[in-house]
Design a protein around this ligand. Structure first.
Ligand code: ADP
Ligand code: MG
Length: 249
């Protein structure tokens, strides 16, 4: 098992909701620059795992290391400041604020002193916001209220908000849900571009398995709160247990 050089290493993650064991002794790791897909049936624990890894929900057991530091007992805001951000299954933007205001705010709430070295001394916060909005093709809507964007555009805005503070790893929960098929192809291109430009790792949680197999370096399959498989897209596609439990029908 590779651990050195890993950016995020979680071991033994267990999460219960009353009597329901949503995550049962789950291990998860991601290396710098890696794109990891996280798939599995509805209710298999994908969103719960993102919540645990980002400390939005403190796991009942387990340990989470980010850049060699134990973050298991940290607050989510601290974890964000240390370089891990996420989006949510239900897009969370501020509808009454403009697109640009949303992006500037996303930097502030995680910022406060040390956070997120900008790209060079010459790039201001405003320039970074403009550049990222440009990269995903919504800069022309900077002055529009976020609530007026289409579902797909809101997903792009959320993505920019997650990347704005220069995190080391961004976790995307169902980034393609509610996005029309033509825009999904664009979303994949935007993600690849951001990945290249920002030197960031991605965890991509998806029910759209085609999207995941096309993007990810590695795919983790959850089933009923346990890791069923972890391998390259080709390995996972050929895994009989995965086919039987998830991909088959
Ligand atoms: P997925 O994202 O893979 O669809 P979730 O992580 O949302 O799955 O849910 C895993 C399991 O935990 C499901 O059985 C779900 O009903 C349950 N669950 C998730 N969140 C809560 C919660 N806040 N309270 C109670 N049960 C929950
Ligand atoms: Mg979910």
């Amino acid at each position: 098992e590779r651990t050195t050089g890993d950016l995020l290493v979680a071991t033994g993650i267990t999460c219960r909701f009353g009597g329901l064991v949503a995550l049962d002794d789950v291990g998860f790791r991601i290396a710098p620059g890696e794109i990891v897909g996280l798939i599995g049936p509805n209710g298999s624990g994908k969103s719960t795992l993102l919540s645990c890894l980002s400390l939005g929900r403190r796991p009942d057991a387990g340990k989470i290391m980010l850049s060699g530091k134990d973050i298991s007992r940290r607050r989510p805001s601290t974890v964000a400041r240390m370089g891990l951000t996420r989006t949510f299954q239900d897009a969370r933007v501020f509808p009454e604020l403009t697109v640009l205001e949303n992006v500037l705010l996303s930097r502030n709430w995680t910022t406060l002193p040390r956070f997120g070295a900008l790209r060079g001394p010459e790039e201001s916060v405003r320039e970074r916001a403009d550049r990222l909005l440009d990269l995903v093709g919504i800069r022309s809507m900077s002055a529009t209220h976020a609530g007026e964007l289409s579902g797909g555009q809101q997903r792009l805005l959320e993505l920019v908000m997650a990347i704005m503070p220069s995190p080391k790893v961004v976790m995307l929960d169902e980034a393609t849900s509610g996005v029309n098929p033509a825009l999904i192809l664009e979303l994949a291109d935007h993600l690849r571009l951001l990945h290249r430009e920002e030197n960031v790792s991605f965890v991509i949680v998806e029910h759209n398995v085609g999207f995941v197999f096309g993007m990810a370096d590695r795919v983790v399959v959850l089933e009923q709160g346990r890791v069923l498989a972890d391998g390259t897209p080709d390995e996972v596609k050929a895994n009989q247990e995965v086919i039987d439990a998830y991909l088959g029908a």
